[in-house]
Ligand binder design. Structure first.
Ligand SMILES: [Zn+2]
Length: 308
């Protein structure tokens, strides 16, 4: 049995939101088992609580925003990806503002914060969902799909993308998610955007906190700030980071293969919604469901793989 985990102690940090540009304070606290990840808007009257779940997604344009009533928290995907990859199942995230800080544009600092606090194992078993039949979302040549897992279970992601600008070569990545692999290959990949979009975003009150140090800007003929890049193929790595953050909104450990091509938050969101609806396409594995584990030879639960 693989048990749930939470952070060992409070983590506090601050920074600017990518879109609002305003400074935000954040405090992450340990949480009891089976609680999941809860965001709390500490700056609002009554401190409304927003559980990080698929049903609470209210916007997927340029970032993933969750909300309950009038309370919103946006750009949750990088922190959610770090929680998922490091195996944090339960935490309370207090936020004094409507958007999480963008920090350096990646999940690297979230990883550092979580690792410096440490994590501890709780008593309740994790909820594990194994994909049994393919679920796919496709639109305008872009797609994202969940398929049954390969041997060993866990999450394998194959992802590709190409660009309108001919100076940029297509990028692809194939990765089996483990905490080590996440830290090495994904967590440092920064947010990126297109110069053409920046003006439009700013006119719409977005990207105000996006600077040349936390977002890679793709121009028509070159990358404007190549010096901040950490990987040659950073864009596809960041897309996978975002995808993990969006899948984490399922609130379970997912055993699946994921294939994607130029998808984004909106397609990712539609994929998880569709998965939940198509009850015959997945199976939840609990501590008392050993027959179905046996009936699924590829699902050899490797504790070291599924936990941080
Ligand atoms: Zn992102």
């Amino acid at each position: 049995m693989v048990c749930q985990t939470t952070v060992n102690k409070a983590i506090e940090f601050g920074g600017r939101g990518l879109h609002t540009g305003s400074s935000v304070r954040v405090r992450i606290l340990p949480a009891p088992e089976n609680m999941g990840i809860l965001f709390v808007r500490k700056d609002m009257e009554g401190a409304p609580v927003i559980p990080a779940g698929v049903d609470n997604v209210v916007d997927t344009s340029y970032a993933t925003t969750i909300g309950v009533g009038s309370a919103r928290v946006s750009t949750v995907e990088h922190l959610m990806a770090a929680f998922y990859a490091l195996g944090v199942d339960n935490a309370v995230v207090e936020v004094w503002g409507q958007e999480l800080p963008i920090l350096d544009g990646s999940a690297a600092m979230f990883v550092e914060f979580i690792e410096s606090a440490g994590t501890s194992r709780q008593n309740a078993p994790r909820k594990i969902v194994v994909v049994k039949k393919p679920v796919r979302i496709e639109e305008d040549g872009r797609f994202i799909a969940l398929l049954p897992p390969e041997e060993g279970g866990g999450l394998r992601i194959d992802y590709g993308m190409d660009f309108y600008y001919s100076y940029l070569e297509s990028q692809s990545i194939s990765i089996r998610l483990t905490p080590v692999e996440f830290k090495k290959s994904l967590s440092g990949a920064k947010t990126f955007g297109f110069l053409n979009d920046v003006e439009m975003l700013r006119e719409n009150g977005l990207a105000r906190g996006g600077g040349l140090d936390n977002a890679i800007v793709i121009g028509e003929e070159n990358i404007l700030n190549k010096e901040i890049m950490r990987y040659e193929d950073e864009f596809v790595r960041h897309k996978v980071l975002d995808l993990i953050g969006d899948l984490a909104l399922l609130g379970v450990r997912l055993c699946a293969r994921v294939e994607g091509y130029r998808a984004g938050h909106y397609l990712n969101y539609r994929l998880v919604k569709k998965l939940l609806k198509k009850r015959d396409c997945w199976e939840e594995i609990g501590p008392d469901s050993s027959p179905s584990v046996e009936g699924h030879p590829s699902f050899v639960l490797k504790e070291s793989f599924l936990s941080a």
